[in-house]
Design a protein around this ligand. Structure first.
Ligand code: CTP
Ligand code: CA
Length: 235
C-alpha cells in the first residue's frame, strides 16, 4: 500500500545507519570485499532525514556519487569492518536507533602485508582468515543507550534446511536485534534496481511488518516499524 509516512515521526530522533560493504586489506593493493553498493543504506538515511531524524551515515566504500549531500545527514567514511564498528559505536552512543544495513565481511585476512604480494613460480600462498566481530550482535547485547532500537538486515535464500523466513527467524533470534529486515535474494531479487521484498521480524522471529517496492519504499517500511517501537517505548 502506498501510504505516505508521517512527515515528522522521527523528529527529534538521532539515528545511525551503516551502508555499503566493508573491505579487508590483503596487501596494499588488494582486498576481500563484497558487491554491496550501499543503495539500501543511503535510502534508509534519506528516508530518516525526510521523516525528521538527525542521521549519521557510516558509509563503507560507497561510491561518491551515491553519498547524499543533505543538511541532516553527517557522513563518516570507513573501509574495514573494525573501522565500521568504531564509527557505528561512537555515533551510536547517543543514538535512538542504529540500523546495520552494511554488508559486513564475516572474515578478514589474519595478516596484511606492507608490500605487494608477488607472483612466484611456486604458486600462491594460502590467505589465512580470522573472524570479524559481529557488530549487530554486539550492539544488541551492549545497548549503548537505554531504549535504543537496534535493527539488522539479512539477505537470505531458501535451501534444503529451510525457506527464507525460517532462516530469517533463526537469524533474528541469534542476533538479538529488536528488528531484522529479511530480504529474499536470488537470480532476480534483491540486487540492482529490481523491486525488493522485505519481511520485518522482531527478536522472537515474529512478523511485525512488510515492505515491497523500491529500496526507498523498503526503507519507509523499516522506519514505520522503528517508529512504532519508539512510540511504544515512550507511551
Ligand atoms: N553483521 C554485523 N557484523 C558482522 C556480520 C553481519 O553487524 N560481522 C550484520 C549485518 O550488517 C546485517 C546482519 O548482521 O545487519 C545480518 O548479516 P548477515 O551477513 O546476514 O548475518 P551473519 O550472522 O553474518 O550470517 P551469514 O552466515 O548468513 O552471513
Ligand atoms: Ca555474513
Amino acid at each position: 500500500a502506498l501510504v505516505s509516512p508521517a512527515l515528522d515521526d522521527l523528529a527529534g530522533r538521532s539515528v545511525v545507519v551503516s551502508a555499503g560493504g566493508t573491505r579487508e586489506p590483503i596487501d596494499p593493493v588488494r582486498f576481500l570485499g563484497n558487491r554491496s553498493s550501499g543503495r539500501q543504506g543511503v535510502d534508509l538515511a534519506l528516508a530518516a532525514a525526510r521523516r525528521g531524524a538527525t542521521v549519521t551515515l557510516v558509509a563503507a566504500n560507497v561510491d561518491d556519487g551515491l553519498v547524499p549531500d543533505h543538511p541532516a545527514i553527517a557522513v563518516r567514511r570507513v573501509e574495514t569492518t573494525l573501522e565500521l564498528r568504531d564509527a557505528v559505536r561512537d555515533a551510536g552512543a547517543a543514538a535512538d536507533v542504529v540500523v546495520m544495513a552494511a554488508a559486513v565481511a564475516d572474515f578478514r585476512p589474519a595478516t596484511t602485508t606492507t608490500h605487494k604480494i608477488k607472483k612466484t613460480s611456486s604458486g600462491p600462498a594460502p590467505i589465512e582468515l580470522e573472524t570479524n566481530p559481529d557488530i549487530l550482535a554486539e550492539l544488541a547485547a551492549d545497548r549503548l543507550r537505554g531504549g535504543q532500537v537496534v535493527v539488522g538486515f539479512a539477505a537470505e535464500t531458501g535451501d534444503a534446511t529451510g525457506d527464507v523466513l525460517a532462516h530469517g527467524r533463526e537469524k533474528a533470534r541469534r542476533k538479538g536485534a529488536d528488528l531484522l529486515a529479511v530480504n529474499e535474494v536470488g537470480a532476480d531479487r534483491g540486487f540492482g534496481d529490481v523491486p525488493n521484498e522485505v519481511t520485518i521480524l522482531d527478536a522472537d522471529g515474529s512478523v511485525v511488518g512488510r515492505g515491497s517496492g523500491t529500496k526507498s519504499q523498503v526503507a519507509d517500511a523499516v522506519w514505520d516499524a522503528v517508529a512504532a517501537r519508539l512510540r511504544a517505548a515512550t507511551t
